[in-house]
Ligand binder design. Sequence first.
Ligand code: HEC
Length: 116
Amino acid sequence: MTKGRFSLLPGRREIVLLALSGILVSACGGTLPPPNMTDVKATSTRWPGTTFEQLSSGRRAYLKKCGTCHSLKSETAVPREAWESTVNRMRAKNGAELSDEEVADISRYLYAIESR
Ligand code: HEC
């Protein structure tokens, strides 16, 4: 009798897969930290005058705009110094629709959290 194998109750394998997908989902954006004042300091060394509001906007724009063509990349995907040119490349070559402000805010936000 193999009928029981088609039961609607999840088996051990399904439970493991569910748990794994939960971990993956949280690794892709769910745990992206909001900025704090230490981030503002770290980023101001590189771009004087950076504000907390700018980093917050950067995080929002990142979540909204950077996961449409590919999954959201981790802040460690490129060295922190390369975020500005990478985000610019997304717009210039890959067709990402970003304003100048969004390019600046997203680059600063990713630079900041990679500096932690
Ligand atoms: C319109 C589609 C599109 C959008 C939107 C987009 N990307 Fe990309 N991204 C690509 C393509 C295509 C590649 C592969 C080619 C390349 O590396 O330029 C890529 C590659 C990357 C890489 C790997 C590059 C490397 O050097 O290892 C990173 C990191 C990245 N994207 C970050 C971002 C961030 C951050 C955003 C939001 C600002 C973003 N992407 C938005 C299309 C997009």
